[in-house]
Ligand binder design. Structure first.
Ligand SMILES: Nc1ncnc2c1ncn2[C@@H]1O[C@H](COP(=O)(O)OP(=O)(O)OP(=O)(O)O)[C@@H](O)[C@H]1O
Ligand SMILES: [Mg+2]
Length: 291
């Protein structure tokens, strides 16, 4: 996530040498609460009246057709898109009474990290993996970079052999593992995943999804994952929201979606469209007529 250089300097001064800051923020499960979120771009309302209540450690999905506002929600949560109304907050577990970091603070940025769809576009082409991973640590004034970089490369299944490569020297799957490592290196509690595997080959997609699921379980992370692919979301998420034209149409448990126990016509249409797409790939079964 980017921030203006003045803030970076201020953050370095405040938290240097950093190890103390790291220790002070021991892992503490955090969920996410969004209330009445509205995002406008000029006169256009991209997200309207959205409420989300995501428990610490939950894996939550956002689905909907292209342009329905899914990415905008994630961007608003991490401060990359302007919220014109409503509020975003981290929420701790019920017994945990110490206040959660507030949006706009360095502590919030550290706890909420984003993984983008296109790992090539999101990694700087002239920076080595080492530099890409060292940067967030420097911004947040966190020491022990060597140890953390080695640890996170192992955690994403790359190992230190990849440390001094440039993005163009990596496969798409390896690049996305670097993007995940960059998101993880600050040891956040919440990962915002915007179509994290849709730019990858089907076989690599499965590997990266398995890696994400393993990391989530091991680290007790909270996921908010956007995907076009209902199969991916039902596999990885416990609950999801269906969005249409910037609004929540329906909240549904993944198991209910998988069993087609849904309420809204729009959700049914989305499911039929997904089935049509799968059948398109098998010419023996022509797609059903458009709804
Ligand atoms: N910075 C921006 N300025 C103006 N309009 C924007 C901006 N970002 C997004 N929008 C508009 O907001 C709407 C929602 O966009 P968003 O990227 O959130 O959709 P999405 O659901 O993620 O779609 P996709 O599945 O194609 O990624 C779109 O109509 C888009 O054109
Ligand atoms: Mg999007």
């Amino acid at each position: 996530m980017s921030m203006d250089p003045g803030m970076e300097d201020a953050a370095r001064r405040q938290t240097a040498p950093g190890l103390g800051a790291a220790a002070a923020q021991a892992a503490r499960p955090l969920g996410l609460r969004v209330e009445g979120l509205q995002v406008r771009f000029g006169d256009f309302v991209a997200v309207e009246g959205l409420d989300l209540d995501i428990a610490p450690g939950e894996s939550f999905g956002i689905v909907g057709e292209s342009g329905s506002g899914k990415s905008t929600v994630l961007r608003a949560v991490c401060g990359l898109a302007p919220a014109s109304r409503g509020r975003v907050a981290l929420q701790a577990e019920p017994g945990d009474r110490s206040p959660a970091p507030a949006p706009g603070t360095m502590a919030f940025r550290r706890q909420v990290q984003m993984v983008f769809q296109d790992p090539y576009g999101s990694l700087h082409p002239r920076q080595t993996v080492d530099r890409i991973l060292a940067e967030p640590l420097a911004i947040h004034g966190i020491g022990a970079a060597e140890q953390r970089i080695r640890g996170v490369l192992d955690a994403v299944g790359l190992g230190t052999g990849f440390r001094f490569r440039y993005p163009h020297q990596l496969s798409g799957g390896q690049r996305q593992r670097v993007a995940i490592a960059r998101a993880l290196i600050l040891q956040p509690q919440v990962l915002l995943l915007d179509e994290p595997t849709s730019a990858l080959d089907a076989s690599v997609q499965a590997e990266v999804l398995n890696l994400l699921e393993q990391l989530r379980r091991e680290r007790g992370l909270t996921f908010v994952m956007v995907s076009h692919d209902l199969a991916v979301v039902t596999h990885l998420c416990q609950r999801l929201v269906v969005m249409h034209q910037g609004r929540a149409v329906e909240f549904v448990d993944a198991a209910d979606l998988a069993a087609a126990r849904v309420q809204a016509d729009y959700t049914r249409r989305l499911m039929r469209a997904a089935e049509g797409f799968r059948r398109d790939e098998q010419p023996a079964h022509p797609p059903p007529p458009a709804p």
